[in-house]
Structures are given as structure tokens and as C-alpha cells.
Design a protein around this ligand. Structure first.
Ligand code: 8ID
Ligand code: ZN
Length: 357
């Protein structure tokens, strides 16, 4: 297999972007790394945060974003044992971690102080060839389609983990805030596969139709509802509120509202990360209704294995649209405007750049 010296990539050269489609050198895998020829990569709202630089976490510049990459292993370092050349592999947000700190030892790899992040602190998957630590990359069964599985590598793992963190049991009701987006559409499918009932909160009729198709029992349109809190409660069994709320929206308001419609003893899980936002909840109600408020951040390696396994068993069927890698700036614009129902998956050009003629 010949690996070219140069490749196409979307490169953010300055804070705020836009990404520039250009040729850059192909990276070389270290002893514990694999080089993956990326075929498809999802576009996560995190990639937009990275381009804007709106989080209090320094981002690499120039940056190749992307952390939902699915492709084929084309090279590997001498220490790699879990992958052979030709295997299908997924590159996740957590590109690598030290594996020896207290958090890594307890399977909380996302909390590792030395973690490297794909498309944020190291170059990600918006390029033809991407490097990842073999210990964290996902093994993808060959029968799994590489386009549909790409969003599982961040969105799928993250919502699956968040649902587990919520502590809800089969039969209970979860409110998914931002249900019409990338994480939201997958949350509806994982929830269904886990035997949970769902209420969707998002805006617009396209997202309503999608959420209902994905098995949601109710849809509350935050853009037209006069009272989101009352509407969510009314949609829950006995009007007592949702057993858990999964916050995926990129807006602060729902983070201030969620404890008003979570059921007593219920759990609010913050996953979306609107820039500069705060969680807010009245102390009195939080105490006397015994409300649990927590954050959830991607997932560990085993969560990744389980999330891919749900998908491989055919339980997760969220819609996605495809576009060529070249169109990333247009996808970011649609995302900024909240106009994407589900996920966009970019097709990465297959052919190498010919440097000799
Ligand atoms: O590990 C993590 N915690 C993690 C992992 C991956 C992504 C966190 N994230 C974060 C992203 O960085 C982003 O902040 O989750 C958030 C959602 O990512 P996404 O699903 O990729 O974004 P999207 O596809 O744009 O979906 C967001 C949805 O929220 C809706 C929008 O209409 C859109 O469908 N929304 C908004 I903006 N305001 C809303 C509101 N007030 C709302 N829905 C309900 N109520
Ligand atoms: Zn992501």
C-alpha cells in the first residue's frame, strides 16, 4: 500500500476560521499509533466550537478538526497489537491518554490530565490520513458501513454514556433537549434500544418529523411553546416530570430550565457545552425534591466498544446526510443556524494527490 507524502485537508489557520481546503503533509504514526485512511467523518458541533475557539481550553493552531473518523488502517507503529493493516478503525475525540494516572486506571480515561483530543489538541479527521493512538482507536467490524458508523464515534458514544450516567431504568422517561441535532438523534435511538421512553425538545417541523420517526413519544417545540416546562411535564407519565433530562442544546436557557421539569429524585445530565453558559437551579427545590445534577463527557474505551456494538447489531438507525469534505464551511454555516436535522457525514476523497507525473 503506497502512502502519499501529501494529502487534502480542511485546515483552520486562525481562530474563527473558516477552514481552508488545502494540501498538507501526511502524518507519520509513532510506535504506539496507527495511520488511518479516513473514508467518512462526521461533523460534530464540537468542531464548530474548536474553530471559533469559544471554550476555555486552548486549541491547536493551525488545526485539522474532526473526531468522528471511520476508515482503514494503512500503517502502524511497532508496538501496536490491536490492529492489522487493512482493518477498519474509528478515530474518536479522545485520541489518546496516559493509561497510568488514577483516572485512566479507573477507566475514566476522558478525565486524564494528559489526554490528547482529536481535532482539538492534535490534528483530527478532516483529512485523508489521520493518526491515532492504537489503545484508544475503535475496532470496527468490516460489515459495518463506514459512513453510518462515523457519528457513533463521538455522538453515539457520548449519548450512550450520558444515558447510563443518568441512572434511568427501562420503562422510565427521558427528556432529550436538542433531540433534533446530531447527538440528539442518536440519543433517541440509544434510549429506545435501552428500553427507555423519550420526549424530544427542539425547534421546527423537520426535526419534529425526525424525532417522531426515531421513536420519540412527544415533541415540544421550544420556538413556539408558550411554556416549555409545563409542556414537558404534561408529556410525562402522571405529569410528574421526566426521570432524567439529557441536555444537548448549544444554548444556555435549557440549562437553567431543566430542574423545573425533571421528576423529584431525577437526574439532569449536562452534555452540550454552550460557550460561557452556567447551570442554574434553585437550592430549595434541588434539596427538597432531591435532584441530581451532573456532567457527562464522551465515554471510556469500553463505552466505545458497547456503543459500536449496539450499532453493529442494527439497533441504531439515525438519519445522516453526506457531503464532500470540501463542503465543510457550508456545513458549519448550516450548523450555526441550527438547520441540520441529525448529522452531516463528510466523504473524504479516496484518491491520493499525485506528486509525480
Ligand atoms: O462529551 C460531551 N459532553 C460532548 C460530546 C460531543 C458533543 C459534548 N458535545 C457538545 C457539542 O460541543 C455541542 O455543544 O454537545 C453539543 C451538541 O452537539 P451536536 O449534537 O453536534 O450539535 P447540533 O447537531 O448542532 O445539535 C444541537 C441542537 O440543539 C438545538 C438545536 O436546534 C440543535 O438541533 N437547540 C438549541 I441551539 N437551542 C435549543 C433549545 N433552547 C435547542 N433545543 C432545545 N431547546
Ligand atoms: Zn463530538
Amino acid at each position: 500500500m503506497t502512502i502519499p507524502e501529501m494529502q487534502w485537508a480542511q485546515v483552520v489557520e486562525q481562530k474563527g476560521g473558516p477552514p481552508v481546503y488545502k494540501q498538507i503533509p501526511v502524518g507519520k504514526p509513532g510506535p504506539d499509533e496507527i495511520l488511518v485512511k479516513i473514508r467518512y467523518t462526521g461533523v460534530c458541533h464540537t468542531d464548530l466550537h474548536a474553530m471559533k475557539g469559544d471554550w476555555p481550553l486552548p486549541v491547536k493552531l493551525p488545526l485539522v478538526g474532526g473526531h468522528e473518523g471511520a476508515g482503514v488502517v494503512v500503517a502502524k507503529g511497532d508496538l501496536v497489537t490491536g490492529f492489522e493493516i487493512g482493518d477498519h478503525a474509528g478515530i474518536k475525540w479522545l485520541n489518546g491518554s496516559c493509561l497510568s494516572c488514577e483516572f485512566c486506571k479507573q477507566a475514566d480515561e476522558p478525565l486524564c490530565p494528559h489526554a490528547s483530543l482529536s481535532g482539538y489538541t492534535v490534528d483530527g479527521t478532516f483529512q485523508q490520513y489521520a493518526v491515532a493512538k492504537a489503545s484508544h482507536a475503535s475496532n470496527l467490524p468490516k460489515e459495518v458501513p463506514l459512513d453510518a458508523v462515523a457519528p457513533i464515534l463521538c455522538a453515539g458514544i457520548t449519548v450512550y454514556k450520558g444515558l447510563k450516567e443518568s441512572g434511568v431504568r427501562p420503562g422510565q422517561t427521558v427528556a432529550i433537549v436538542g433531540a433534533g441535532g446530531g447527538l440528539g438523534s442518536l440519543a433517541l435511538q440509544y434510549a429506545k434500544a435501552m428500553g427507555l421512553r423519550t420526549i424530544s425538545i427542539d425547534g421546527g417541523d423537520e426535526k419534529k418529523a425526525m424525532c417522531e420517526k426515531l421513536g420519540s413519544e412527544a415533541y415540544i417545540d421550544f420556538k413556539t411553546s408558550n411554556d416549555v416546562v409545563a409542556d414537558v411535564k404534561a408529556a410525562t407519565p402522571e405529569g410528574l416530570g421526566a426521570h432524567a433530562v439529557i441536555l444537548l442544546a448549544v444554548a444556555e436557557k435549557p440549562f437553567q430550565q431543566a430542574t423545573e421539569y425533571v421528576r423529584s429524585r431525577g437526574t439532569v445530565v449536562a452534555i452540550g457545552m454552550p460557550a460561557g453558559a452556567y447551570l442554574r437551579s434553585p437550592v430549595f427545590n434541588t434539596v427538597v425534591r432531591m435532584i441530581n445534577i451532573k456532567g457527562s463527557y464522551v465515554g471510556n474505551r469500553q463505552d466505545g466498544v458497547e456503543a459500536v456494538d449496539f450499532f453493529a447489531r442494527g439497533l441504531i438507525n439515525a438519519p445522516f446526510k453526506t457531503a464532500p469534505l470540501e463542503e465543510l464551511p457550508r456545513i458549519f454555516e448550516l450548523m450555526e443556524q441550527g438547520q441540520i436535522a441529525g448529522r452531516y457525514v463528510l466523504e473524504v476523497p479516496h484518491l491520493p494527490i499525485r506528486t509525480e507525473y
